[in-house]
Design a protein around this ligand. Structure first.
Ligand SMILES: [Mg+2]
Length: 320
């Protein structure tokens, strides 16, 4: 829906503008303000796609309105602001453009010129918004793992850096939970990579309901996943990891021939402590704990502690 806002104190001129634009089918919706105050209110409340504003108005005039609208302009939702004016002085017009006007149109206006300029600026802003959207999509894709939709390594690294800085400054703890799918290579060899991918997607799917918005879940590498638990200590991380381990046990992936396969994960936990200034020592600790979980028979959770990776209570279930 294309909405055009016309701010013009003369009722007859508002009517002429409306008729000209209507004849060219340039809007789905036109809203009209009879003074600057009303115009400002509508600009904020209706977020129009284009503003046509008279320069000469009593009270809040077009120039003041232009300055106000450019000051809190929304970078993600650019709105062309076209000034209608009887001023013929080129220097004065140039000044309006410098202040952020998208264009100026002479009054009394010529319908064909008005239509052409409005159409031009609507088209410009449409392509501009498309570009902004595409850039945002690219930005999102560059930070996302294509297969699972989770954060990719780049996003995880950024997040870890941020968490470390935050914890250094405020002393708020956080924990990382590193999980690795058990015997994934054998699994791929037996069932093929497509089933392997489905298992990765299945494991990724178990995490969505378990984390808070403030947490970060990602695919760390091939069959490794990571969860960064903000404002969480060892106890919280252990409870989370155990729940996660169990929910992965329940994942079922159908394979060719009607069979259904399941999988398990081993988990290593490392908690931030004040001597940790960068992500790498924390990741090393989680890795060490993960190794201990694997060595202890897989499908279990281990927490790194200062005296070495101490194995947690074993799960009763056998590993697959
Ligand atoms: Mg006027």
């Amino acid at each position: 829906v294309t909405t055009i806002l016309v701010i013009e104190d003369s009722e007859s001129q508002r009517g002429e503008i409306r008729e000209a634009l209507r004849s060219a089918c340039l809007f789905d919706r036109i809203i009209e303000a009879r003074d600057g105050i009303d115009g400002l209110r509508m600009m904020l409340a209706e977020s129009p796609d284009l503003v046509l504003c008279d320069l000469e108005m009593p009270g809040l005039d077009g120039e003041k309105l232009l300055r106000m609208s450019r000051k809190d302009a929304d970078a993600e939702h650019p709105t062309p602001f076209i000034v209608l004016t009887a001023v013929t002085d080129p220097a004065r017009r140039a000044q309006l453009l410098q202040q952020g006007a998208s264009d100026t149109i002479s009054k009394p206006f010529h319908a064909a010129e008005l239509i052409a300029r409005v159409a031009l600026h609507l088209e410009l802003v449409r392509t501009q918004r498309e570009l902004i959207q595409k850039n945002q999509e690219l930005e999102r894709l560059s930070r996302t793992d294509a297969l699972t939709g989770l954060a990719n390594r780049r996003q995880i690294d950024e997040r870890l850096e941020r968490e470390c800085r935050r914890s250094q400054r405020y002393g708020s703890p956080f924990a990382i939970v590193l999980a690795d799918i058990d015997d994934f290579k054998t699994f791929n060899d037996v069932h093929g990579h497509l089933v392997g991918d489905q298992v990765l997607v299945g494991v990724a799917g178990t995490m969505h309901d378990m984390v808070r918005d403030t947490d970060c879940i990602g695919r760390f590498g091939g069959e490794e996943f990571i969860v960064i638990l903000s404002n969480n200590d060892r106890d919280g991380a252990e409870v989370f990891a155990e729940r996660w381990r169990r929910s992965v046990e329940r994942v079922r992936v159908p394979v060719e021939g009607g069979a259904i396969v399941s999988t398990t994960i081993s988990i290593g936990i490392a908690c931030w402590s004040p001597e940790i200034a960068t992500p790498s020592p924390l990741l090393r600790r989680a890795d060490e704990a993960l190794y201990t979980a694997k060595a202890g028979g897989r499908n279990q959770v281990c927490v790194y502690s200062k005296v070495g990776a101490i194995k947690d209570e074993d799960s009763s279930e056998s590993s697959s």
